[in-house]
Write a protein that binds this ligand. Structure first.
Ligand code: PGA
Length: 257
């Protein structure tokens, strides 16, 4: 199974989000083999998009969540509220939130702890900066981020965990690591997570994100170590996103996964 995650970021209003959700459904019509597709609209559109996706195979995700259970936290949205609106996934620790909203490893860990106590699946983002990669420390950095995010987190035996490897320098830049570089990192991530927190291999998906397009998606998706892609800019262009879904489907048909 391959997973295609759309991160619409702060781009679409309710009406546009609904049109996009319907477009994604159209891209899936008439094919038996389908990748798992998750769309992550803004908070304001979650409820309406949910109505379009209910009883379909497309899953709903949020782009972030607050680090507390409930209380006087003006502007935050709790994981229980995401559950209430019908989210099945939530992105945690996206590099834009780490860089722009000051999210630290400790905060990411707090969120991971909260979400692991619910039935919502976390999509935990990790990735190195260009500097770190140039110093040859990308793997050490990513594994340290993972250890911090997953400290004392217990993923139940019937729950799932998605790790998104998103090198910061590849996000929105049009520059990507090679599939071989991604495979090497995913291999290290999988080993660290399976050994470190004892999740089973089949509970874990490791996806790649950073300037994924309709044109380059196939070269990543065809790698068995790459379970899917997390798509930003290309996910708000329907034709482009449909091409990414098609790439996922083509790989699944060719490899019978
Ligand atoms: P991008 O964004 O596809 O625009 O590079 C990916 C992401 O931020 O998750």
């Amino acid at each position: 199974m391959k997973m295609i995650i759309a991160n619409w970021k702060m781009h679409l209003g309710i009406r546009e989000s609904l049109a996009h959700a319907r477009g994604v459904l159209r891209a899936l019509v008439g094919n038996d083999v389908q990748p798992t597709v998750v769309v992550c609209p803004s908070f304001t559109a979650l409820s309406e998009v949910r109505k379009v996706l209910v009883r379909t195979h497309v899953q709903l995700g949020a782009q972030t969540m607050g680090p507390e259970r409930f209380g006087a936290f003006t502007g935050d949205v709790s994981v229980a509220q995401l559950d209430d609106v019908g989210c099945q996934y939530v992105i945690i620790g996206h590099s834009e939130r780490r860089a722009m909203a000051g999210e630290t490893d400790a905060l990411v860990n707090q969120k991971m702890n909260l979400v692991s106590q619910t039935s919502i699946t976390p999509i935990l983002c990790v990735g190195e900066s260009r500097d770190v990669r140039e110093q040859g420390k990308a793997e050490t950095h990513v594994i340290a981020q993972l250890r911090a995010a997953l400290k004392n987190v217990h993923i139940g035996t019937s729950s799932a965990l998605v790790i998104a490897y998103e090198p910061v320098w590849a996000i929105g830049s049009g520059v990507q690591p090679t599939p071989a570089e991604v495979v090497a990192m995913h291999t290290a991530i999988r080993a660290a997570v399976v050994e470190g927190i004892g999740v089973r291999n089949d509970q874990l998906s490791v996806v790649y994100g950073g300037s994924v397009t309709g044109e380059n998606a196939y070269q990543y998706l065809r790698e068995p170590m790459i379970d899917g892609v997390l798509v930003g800019s290309a996910s708000i262009k329907l034709q482009e996103f449909s091409a990414i879904i098609t790439a996922g489907r083509d790989v699944m048909v060719a490899q019978r996964v």
